[in-house]
Design a protein around this ligand. Structure first.
Ligand code: AMP
Ligand code: MG
Length: 323
């Protein structure tokens, strides 16, 4: 996801045409006398490649795009395992580092999600991500022995957090963390905080299919369409009534075939193998990007029954599974 340098092969969620029609009415009104020009405010759209994916910002405020992009870039510089100077890369190299409050916060929240999801969400999967070739796109099925050895480095209980000085420490050498399943959601939340500080109250951010909706769009609530990743057709339209985030995790984002079997980039931290829970995509709607992002990954690992049970433990979560 977010931190992989290769841009996602498919966008799972795309914005439905409602507001696009409004936009075209505004810009093309001289040629289209039927457009209701008085009712539709001007919305600007801006896009950028960040965190390994395509970000699109739609807002009546021209400055929104730059605010969102610079915040996402700041978070990427802190958390990306692909940027050698990032705090996460330094920690992965040294196994012990005093980090910024934000990095400490996201590692701490990730540990909590590990606990709450019974280990399905686990940022210490990084060494597994490496041996399956998802970090450098040199995909391969590792030997059982290598998977077993690597599993010794996995488990968020092996991350030690020292609250008093924001020190993060790994219990074993060789451990690494990968925030790819949560950092984009966190970046969305941070970007929205910045927008609010600048009194921007209407904005839709689509970060490669991960969405944050703030306020209202040109014609009322923001609406997003979820696409069925296999059939490539709209399977559901979600209307976002309040401030909400939508996150989708699926097996179509990064995957490879070996001997006719499909292996995807979301791994089951308990087995060391790519998740094989019988679903091919899950969409979560939550009140924060961080929660939506973490839970969509976890539910993808857990599957329909356990995943549906899990989200009941959280408040106001909507879930949609494709299988
Ligand atoms: P997402 O697209 O948000 O579901 O995140 C998937 C990315 O998170 C993968 O590309 C890996 O970098 C990382 N990842 C894989 N499996 C897990 C897992 N079980 N828990 C946490 N992160 C994972
Ligand atoms: Mg995620």
């Amino acid at each position: 996801m977010a931190f992989n340098p290769k841009v996602r092969r498919y966008l799972v969620i795309f914005l439905i045409a409602g507001w696009a029609i409004s936009l075209s009415c505004f810009f093309l009104r001289s040629n289209k006398p039927g457009c209701r020009k008085q009712k539709t405010a001007q919305f600007y759209r801006d896009n950028r490649l960040l965190m390994g994916t395509f970000w699109e910002v739609t807002s009546p405020d021209k400055k929104a795009g730059e605010i969102v992009f610079s915040e996402a870039k700041r978070i990427e510089n802190l958390l990306s395992k692909y940027i050698p100077e990032s705090e996460i890369s330094q920690l992965n190299r040294t196994g012990r580092l005093k980090v910024s409050p934000e990095t400490f916060y996201i590692i701490k929240r990730s540990k909590e999600f590990w606990q709450e999801t019974g280990g399905a969400f686990d940022i210490t999967v990084a060494p597994l991500v490496d041996i399956w070739g998802f970090s450098d796109q040199k995909h391969k099925v590792p030997s059982e022995g290598l998977i077993k050895d690597t599993l010794r480095l996995v488990g968020s209980d092996k991350i030690i957090l020292h609250e008093k000085d924001n020190m993060v420490e790994f219990k074993f050498s060789g451990m690494k963390i990968d925030l790819g399943a949560i950092a984009k959601g966190f970046a969305l939340d941070c970007a929205v905080t910045k927008l609010k500080e600048k009194n921007i109250s209407s904005c839709l951010i689509n970060a490669g299919g991960q969405i944050y909706a703030l306020g209202k769009g040109p014609e009322g609530n923001w609406r997003v369409a979820i696409q069925n990743p296999r059939q490539r057709q709209v399977s559901k339209i979600i209307e976002l009534e309040k401030e909400e985030s939508v996150s989708t995790s699926g097996d179509y984002e990064q995957f490879f075939f070996d001997n006719g079997k499909r292996y995807s980039h979301i791994l089951n931290p308990l087995t060391g193998y790519p998740a094989d829970s019988g679903i091919f995509s899950v969409t979560i709607v939550a009140d924060s990007g961080l929660t939506a992002d973490a839970l969509s990954t976890a539910v993808f690992v857990l599957g329909k029954t356990k995943g549906t049970e899990l989200v009941k433990k959280f408040n106001n979560i909507e879930i949609k599974i494709a299988e």
